[in-house]
Design a protein. Structure first.
Length: 100
């Protein structure tokens, strides 16, 4: 039996706001980033991955403003992350906020 995940590509602000609303209804969500650290002082954020319970969202940081993520990161919802020191650094730089 094949289990196909619900995967959404987030490429505009309305999709991001909808994702944030879904995450705000949860106690916790999973978060990971992908970035490139070459020839620059700060890493270049390439992708944000968020598991929101019923699926996974792939947020394209090159396509949209990430400032709406401040609401989620400043909320009481807990971000489940692994080995997250560099993730937190890059999120602070690009979003002006760190998840809890």
């Amino acid at each position: 039996m094949t289990n196909v995940a619900n995967i959404k590509l987030i490429e505009n602000s309305s999709e991001l706001l909808s994702l944030i609303d879904q995450c705000l209804e949860l106690e916790a969500y999973a978060l990971d980033t992908e970035f490139h650290r070459e020839k620059s002082y700060y890493p270049k954020l390439a992708l944000i991955q968020i598991n929101y319970g019923t699926g996974v969202a792939l947020v394209d940081p090159t396509a949209i403003s990430l400032s709406p993520l401040q609401e989620l990161f400043n909320s009481q919802q807990i971000a489940v992350m692994h080995a997250c020191a560099q993730d937190l650094e890059v999120l602070q730089h690009y979003c002006n906020a760190r998840p809890k």
